[in-house]
Design a binder for this molecule. Structure first.
Ligand code: G3P
Ligand code: MG
Length: 232
């Protein structure tokens, strides 16, 4: 079972910051998930569409300037550029799941992807691109067929895991609140792995292991890994 550090090791450090990524690496995780938004044409790592609440700023993240963003913090940590996290992570043997958030993150990602592969120590197998926006996933796969892509779902579609075949997905990312045995079986039948978010509770881990999922996203990846290991 693969365990992703969700938004970095966000149970221990401010989510989606370099500190959370460093903590995840320190814990020895083999996979990390982060969320990205477009700010003036460049991807920044932040979860919410609004800056209010989680950061020291206000407003819609897609509408602020990079200068303003640079003046903000998340619990004392800067809001990082995706590129800066990639530079840090490139030398670790770790799968990075980049979740494309918002309505404008597709084009900057398409622009950046070739640079990631040519200027940094990343191969396509080390990057997994996911989104709730399945048009984004489809476009990424069409432009760069070697990319690993994953549709996110929060619900139970009437056509089960058909989206896997539509976008030629490497994995299907399901909500813990909306998962059925049929969805898992159908995703596997279509050749995709099943990863489930966000799982921090031991009982939920056992339930998901029973369903045969391939991985989970957790804010406490080390604790979850211990539970998985003790069951094997
Ligand atoms: O990518 C898994 C999970 O992060 C999706 O939901 O809202 O936490 O980004 P969210
Ligand atoms: Mg996410």
């Amino acid at each position: 079972m693969l365990v992703f550090a969700h938004r970095g090791a966000s149970g221990y450090a401010p989510e989606n910051t370099l500190a959370a990524i460093k903590k995840a690496v320190e814990l020895g995780v083999t996979a990390i998930e982060i969320d990205v938004h477009n700010v003036e044409g460049e991807l920044f790592v932040f979860h919410d569409r609004r800056l209010d609440g989680k950061s020291s700023g206000t407003g819609l993240i897609e509408e602020v300037s990079q200068t303003y963003l640079a003046s903000l913090t998340v619990d004392g940590e800067p809001i990082p550029k995706l590129w800066d996290l990639l530079v840090y992570l490139q030398d670790f043997d770790c799968l990075l799941n980049i979740e494309l958030k918002g309505m404008k993150s597709l084009q900057p990602f398409l622009n950046l992807y070739p640079q990631i592969l040519t200027q940094l120590n990343f191969t396509p197998e080390k990057l997994l691109i996911s989104s709730f926006n399945h048009h984004f996933i489809k476009a990424v796969k069409q432009q760069y067929p070697q990319t690993l892509v994953a549709p996110l779902l929060e619900g139970i579609p009437v056509d089960d895991a058909a989206i896997v075949s539509h976008v030629n997905a490497y994995s299907l990312h399901l909500s813990l609140s909306f998962i059925t045995a049929e969805l898992v079986v159908d995703a596997h039948r279509r050749g995709a792995k099943v990863y489930v978010y966000t799982v921090d509770n031991p009982q939920d881990i056992h339930y998901l292991m029973g369903l045969g999922v391939d991985g989970i996203f957790s804010n406490y990846p080390d604790l979850i890994q211990q539970i998985i290991d003790s069951d094997q």
